[in-house]
Design a protein around this ligand. Structure first.
Ligand code: F6R
Length: 633
């Protein structure tokens, strides 16, 4: 089925019967974007043949980037002309000059318009620079322009974690039109990294309304990565209301959610497939169903009875295995129980039949991949400490420098300290340091509040972060000599939402893996938004890993996934649960606090570990203070 085929309002099939809007799932974002771009190209070409225009509504953010890249490729390599395309962008921050690196005007030019042949006069983007008292009139004018262009043929959307489309935050009504709005706190937090700190994120924006969007003849909302899974499920399967503006797409006669498998994972047909179809009851599916049953009834696994299975739609499980509840309960209870291990690197000289990790070799060489420096500590600070205590050789490889996260004040503080020290020195021995510090202060001054850091400043910020990483690793017992700073080039050469991986990144990963030849690897980012630092770093690792399939050491190396900044694993997804004592979880908090740039939500990461422990407790497992969770790759 084509993405842009007119389908009319959602007709439910059995499997998708909880979905109130058509949802197409692709293995990953690039498959989805290649298909969508081909269909848009087809529409553009066929209209060209008729001498007509195509009117596209466009979005910014990370989500549409792979779609824009594919359009550019079609233009450059396959001669697609976009000369008959008229565009209207959804939104723009209020108060940002158009040449600001984070303005949507600039973003759209960087990501699309500068590389294709849409005539400048056919490009329309809300103007964030107009005077406050002219905004109202301006917005009415924007609506009129869309109408005069013939209305939107296709509106492309992303979705925010608040469920917003455009910047229609919770409370936006179904018939709202283009207007000025106040940004939600969660939205501003998500934009904080782009703006080098939440304080710099604008508080308001101009956005098309929900009604403006719903007037488009067709709508495609894209979402990638596990962090979008929950909001996608709510928008697609939940009630339609103004709490989640994307839910209004349920009321449109030709709208489609286009998602990758990570973003689809909370839809009923994937999360609880037995509720909508008949399934193969392998041990993973059994575990998934019983854990869900236990959690939704708030009853420990071993207390579930036949009626519970029947009443909650899992009766088929008992029927298919012709076992009574207590047998299935015990089976799943043991499965979950066996995920718990205080020996993340395996237990020496122990029978490992039912342990997540092998006992040999012992000790192991463990390689921990941290996309940004804080990730490893957020996701597995306690486990790092355990691996060290249990005698394993632990190497932490920070894949990117993370320097974009370091605030100007930190660089300013460092340069000022150096300058003062130099001034106290009467012998002129500090001349070069003093020149350096002065240059940094000047560069910071010149770039202004929102400018792009020149290389020198980025490199100083990287050094500051190295200091913080060293301190955090020290808290977990890992010395400086066991830390590697890879500074992957995609990051050093890029900027948020504009990163592009090259062979240089893979080369760096290959050199690392071949030099270390670890017995066990911990990595993260496999389910992240594809343009996030975590996902790009994981891809750089994953591709090299695949290519090394003949290496002897690699055949005996296990790979575990952890979650640092991405959505936490659900209880049934956990293959190894490493319990932590109250002291250990406090220690983890200490390590995380070494990073000045972690935000409030990330500082709360030990609470995620407490929640996992509470979930295990509720399933009827032993009661621990906290748990760090891992999945086998
Ligand atoms: C962008 C826009 C927003 C984004 C949404 C998701 O023009 O209107 O609704 O689509 O915030 O952002 P990303 O794609 O960065 O996750």
């Amino acid at each position: 089925m084509n993405i842009l085929d007119a389908v009319g309002k959602k007709q439910s099939t059995q499997k998708e019967r909880f979905e109130k809007v058509r949802t197409l799932v692709y293995p990953d974002s690039s498959d989805a974007c290649v298909t969508l771009a081909a269909e848009v190209a087809e529409m553009v070409r066929s209209r060209q043949g008729e001498g007509k225009n195509v009117v596209l509504g466009l979005a910014t953010g990370s989500t549409p980037v792979p779609f824009y890249r594919e359009l550019i490729r079609l233009h450059k390599e396959e001669g697609l002309s976009l000369g008959n395309v008229i565009t209207f962008n959804l939104d723009e921050y209020y108060g940002l000059p158009r040449d600001h690196p984070e303005s949507y005007f600039r973003f759209m030019h960087d990501q699309l318009f500068d590389h294709v042949d849409i005539p400048a006069e056919q490009i329309n983007i809300p103007d964030g620079t107009i005077a406050m008292d002219e905004v109202y009139e301006w917005c009415l004018g924007y609506e009129k322009q869309i109408e005069e262009a013939g209305g939107l043929d296709l509106q492309i959307l992303g979705i925010g974690r608040t469920g917003h489309i455009g910047f229609n935050e919770p409370g936006s009504s179904q018939d709202s039109i283009t207007r000025m709005i106040t940004l939600d706190r969660v939205t501003r937090q998500d934009a904080a990294a782009d703006f080098m700190g939440m304080a710099n994120v604008p508080r308001s924006a101009i956005t098309m309304g929900v009604g403006t969007i719903l007037n488009a003849r067709s709508i495609v909302l894209m979402a990638w990565g596990s962090n979008k899974a929950e909001i996608v499920q709510e928008a697609v399967e939940g009630e339609m209301n103004d709490r989640i503006s994307a839910s209004f797409l349920q009321d449109h006669s030709n709208s489609t959610f286009l998602v990758d498998s990570a973003a689809s994972s909370r839809l009923t047909r994937f999360r609880h497939p037995w509720l909508v179809s008949s399934v193969e009851w392998g041990s993973a599916m059994k575990k998934r169903a019983v854990v869900w049953l236990s959690r939704s009834l708030n009853k420990p696994i071993l207390k579930l009875v036949d009626e519970d299975y029947n009443e909650c739609g899992a009766g088929e499980l008992l029927a298919s295995t012709s076992e009574a509840a207590y047998k299935v309960n015990i089976d799943v209870f043991n499965q979950v129980q066996h995920t718990i291990s205080g020996w993340p690197g395996g237990k020496r000289d122990a029978d490992d039949t039912n342990r997540p990790e092998r006992s040999t070799p012992y000790p192991k060489k463990a390689l921990i991949l941290s996309p940004e420096p804080a990730d490893a500590f957020l996701g597995m600070g306690g486990t790092i400490e355990r691996l060290v205590e249990q005698g394993h050789e632990v190497v932490i490889a920070y894949q990117t420098s993370g320097n974009l996260r370091v605030a100007d004040v930190a660089a300013h503080k460092f340069a000022s300290v150096v300058l003062e020290m130099a001034e106290e020195d009467t012998e002129e021995g500090w001349k070069s340091q003093s020149d350096y510090a002065q240059e940094i202060l000047r560069l910071l001054d010149d770039k202004g509040e929102f400018g792009i850091d020149p290389e020198r400043v980025r490199s100083l910020k990287g050094l500051i972060l190295r200091g913080e990483s060293r301190a955090a690793a020290d808290d977990c017992g890992v010395g400086y000599e066991a830390q590697q700073f890879l500074d992957l080039p995609f990051y050093e050469k890029g900027r948020y939402r504009r990163f592009q991986r090259t062979d240089e990144d893979s080369d760096a990963m290959r050199i690392l893996l071949e030099a270390e030849q670890p017995d066990i690897i911990f990595a993260t980012g496999e389910a992240g938004d594809p343009s996030s630092i975590q996902a790009l770093s994981f891809k750089a690792f994953g591709e090299v890993w695949e290519s090394l399939d003949q290496a002897e050491w690699r055949k005996n190396c296990s790979v575990w996934l952890y979650r640092g900044r991405d959505e936490a694993f659900e209880s049934h997804e956990i293959d190894m649960a490493v319990p932590m004592s109250p002291d250990q979880i406090d220690g983890k908090g200490e390590a995380i606090r070494k990073f000045m740039s972690v935000n409030q939500e990330e500082l709360g990461s030990p609470n995620r570990n407490r929640e996992i422990a509470q979930q295990y407790d509720a399933l009827g497992m032993a009661e621990y203070e906290a748990i760090e969770a891992f999945q086998r790759w």
